[in-house]
Every structure is written in structure tokens, then in C-alpha cells.
Design a protein around this ligand. Structure first.
Ligand code: FE2
Length: 386
């Protein structure tokens, strides 16, 4: 496992030893979804997940071929984009994948340099650096392909003061549901095909300067029926974490294989968003109709004190409330974490969300994998895809 050392050069909190951090990445800038009906999707993310209206681009702003709604909750920005005619190449993405994540945009100091450095290291270009300007300043963006048809955009916005990007106008809505307390993107997970995990691990190492800081094999991640393998990639300052999953052989079909079947290729499996009060956040999300995976059995909650060990004394949350909300708990050497997973947020069983509260722990809930996957398998069973 990569060791953390201080990162003095960029004034950031830490750096993983072995990571190059030549870009460097400052954080997640936005996540763009291609969806069939952005207007309705925006309503869903506002109503159910507590996002606020931020910016808009479409016919009213002079964009003829697509419409984009930008939503914000604390540091999280979602962009929901729909094509406005059959000629748009976005239709090809929608026909193949259904609604899903097209762009994982990364905030950088220098988008031109980020493009040149990554392409020099083997990235497939998606968009050459472009300077976009309006009355609020300028933004430089560039983009490269990652797994499947998913894209990383590099966004340089140090000379920009507008709501989102040039070309977007501020979106003032009369309908403003309150936040549910989501703060920032903690990690985003990619599912890749059989035998492809290590090739993408190497891609993130070579092209992006990331380091592999946690690995789980199919002996660790399995249930009675199915299995998967996962490696967690991080950039140098630890702000960007991308676990990469691939399916593994089991008695029945792995949830990763189900995803690959329905997304028709590799793509983003889940977006984990952080909260500092998961009880309040999940209570609110449930009241607004967000569907979560079925709860682990009561014995899971009985075993928590033993699993948490020394961290149990630190735990402020009431276990009865945690169980009632079906939140899961795990611990590592640094502390504990609380997490819960939604059902897929579109009709194809593909993308879902994780809500996570870290109380010191830096892991991904490995102790919960079995209970989590058994919940997913109960859903797969209902869909006839296990
Ligand atoms: Fe996760």
C-alpha cells in the first residue's frame, strides 16, 4: 500500500508516495450525465437529492443541439444533458448506455498542460484545449477518454467568476428544495470488463500519475454466489479516488457483469458523496423517496461492536437509529465510517449513489462488502439477472 507523505510543493494536505501528481488535480469539478430528459432528471435530483439550481444552457442561451441543467450541492456539481435533435452524437451514447455518466471533470491549474502531459503518456484525446470566454472571464477545458466511452475533462477556471462555464446563464428557479447535507464527491467507481482491471490500473498510473493504494481480490470480495475484484486508484493529494472493479467467476452472475450487460460496456458504477451527518441526510433522502438497498440482517448490527473494537467508544451515532435507517458501519486502523447505497437511479440496473460519512476511516467499507453484495443479489434475483 502506498504511504502518505507531506506534500509541500502544492500546499495540499498530503501526497501518496509513488504518485507523480504532475497535473496536479485540485478536485472534482463536475460530473456530467447524458440523460433522455434533462428537465425531468433535474427535477428528480432537486426534489429527491436536495440539489439546487445553478446554471442552464439551451435554446434560450443560443445552444441549438442540446440542453444542459447544472445543479449544485455544497461542492458537488452535476450537469444533466439531453440532445435536442436526432443528429446529435449524444443520441448514440444514450441508445447504447441509457442514462449514465459521460464526463468526470477534474479541476486543474492548467488544462492545456494537463492535456499535453496525459496525451504524451498515452491518453486518447476527446477534446483539444479550448478557451471559452464570456463577460465573467475565461475557462480553459480539454478532455481525454478513460474506460469505455467515459471522459475526463480538465477544467481550468482560475480566471472565471461566472456561475458555471461560459455559455451557461445563471439558473434562478422558483422551486428550491433544501439541501440534504451532501458535501463533496468522495470517490467514483468504474466497472471495466473481464480481465481489464489491471490494464486500467496501469493507465491511471502511467497516464494520470495515480497510485494504487488499496486492492481487494475475489477471495475478499465474494458471497456464496458471486465475486468481483477491485483496486483503488488515488491521485497524489488523495482528493481524487477512483476504485476500478472487474467481475470475477462465481456460481452465479456478478453484479459487475450485470452492469456491463445493461450499460453495454465499461462505465461509472457509483458516485459516493460525503455528508457529515449521515443520519440526518439519509432520514431526509428516505422522506423524499430515494430508494436504498434492502437492510442487512439484524445479526449484522449485533456484530458491529465487536467489528469496530476500539472505535466503538468513539461512535456517536445510536446503533438503533443506524439499523432503522439500514446504514452500514465499518472500521479500519484510522477510525470508522458509515455508508449506505441507493438502488440504481435509472431503469437499467447501472449507476447508483453511495452516501458516506468518514469518521477517520480511509477505506471503502471492505467489512461491509459481503452484506452489501448480498443486498444487491436480492435485487438481482428480482430482476432475474443473478
Ligand atoms: Fe464506494
Amino acid at each position: 500500500m502506498a504511504k502518505e507523505v507531506k506534500n509541500v510543493e502544492y500546499g495540499l494536505e498530503k501526497i501518496f508516495e509513488g504518485a507523480q501528481d504532475f497535473l496536479p488535480l485540485l478536485g472534482t469539478d463536475y460530473v456530467e450525465f447524458y440523460v433522455g430528459n434533462a428537465k425531468q432528471a433535474a427535477h428528480f435530483y432537486k426534489t429527491a437529492f436536495g440539489f439546487q439550481s445553478l446554471a442552464y444552457a439551451g435554446l434560450e442561451t443560443g445552444v441549438k443541439d442540446r440542453v444542459s441543467y447544472v445543479l449544485k450541492q455544497d461542492k458537488i456539481r452535476l450537469v444533466l444533458t439531453t440532445p435536442l435533435n436526432s443528429n446529435s452524437p449524444i443520441n448514440d451514447h444514450l441508445r447504447k448506455h441509457g442514462d449514465g455518466v459521460k464526463v468526470v471533470a477534474l479541476w486543474v491549474e492548467d488544462a492545456k498542460k494537463s492535456f499535453e502531459e496525459t496525451v504524451k503518456r498515452g491518453a486518447k484525446p476527446f477534446m483539444e484545449p479550448v478557451v471559452e470566454k464570456d463577460e465573467y472571464g475565461e475557462v480553459v477545458r480539454s478532455g481525454i477518454y478513460t474506460y469505455g466511452e467515459t471522459v475526463h475533462m480538465f477544467v481550468e477556471r482560475k480566471n472565471y467568476k461566472g456561475a458555471f462555464l461560459p455559455g451557461f446563464k445563471e439558473w434562478k428557479s422558483d422551486y428550491n428544495p433544501t439541501s440534504v447535507g451532501l458535501k463533496f464527491v468522495d470517490h467514483m467507481v468504474g466497472n471495466v470488463g473481464w480481465g481489464e482491471m489491471n490494464q486500467w490500473v496501469k493507465w491511471y498510473e502511467d497516464v494520470m500519475g495515480f497510485v494504487n493504494f488499496l486492492s481487494f481480490d475475489d477471495k475478499q470480495i465474494h458471497t456464496e454466489y458471486s465475486a468481483l475484484m477491485s483496486k483503488v486508484m488515488s491521485n497524489g493529494n488523495g482528493r481524487i479516488k477512483f476504485p476500478i472493479n472487474e467481475p470475477a467467476e462465481g456460481k452465479k452472475k456478478s453484479q459487475i457483469e450485470e452492469y456491463l450487460d445493461f450499460y453495454e460496456g465499461p462505465g461509472v458504477q457509483h458516485i459516493a458523496v460525503a455528508t457529515d451527518n449521515i443520519i440526518k441526510t439519509v432520514t431526509e433522502l428516505r422522506a423524499r423517496g430515494v430508494e436504498f438497498l434492502s437492510p442487512p440482517p439484524h445479526t449484522y448490527y449485533e456484530e458491529i461492536p465487536a467489528r469496530l473494537g476500539v472505535h466503538m467508544d468513539m461512535m456517536k451515532e445510536d446503533l438503533k437509529v443506524i439499523e432503522k435507517l439500514a446504514i452500514m458501519v465499518d472500521a479500519d486502523e484510522d477510525g470508522y465510517l458509515l455508508q449506505i447505497f441507493t438502488k440504481p437511479v435509472e431503469d437499467r440496473p447501472t449507476l447508483f449513489f453511495e452516501i458516506i460519512q468518514r469518521m477517520g476511516a480511509k477505506g471503502f467499507g471492505a467489512g461491509n462488502f459481503k452484506a452489501l453484495f448480498e443486498s444487491i443479489e436480492r435485487e438481482q434475483e428480482k430482476r432475474g439477472t443473478l
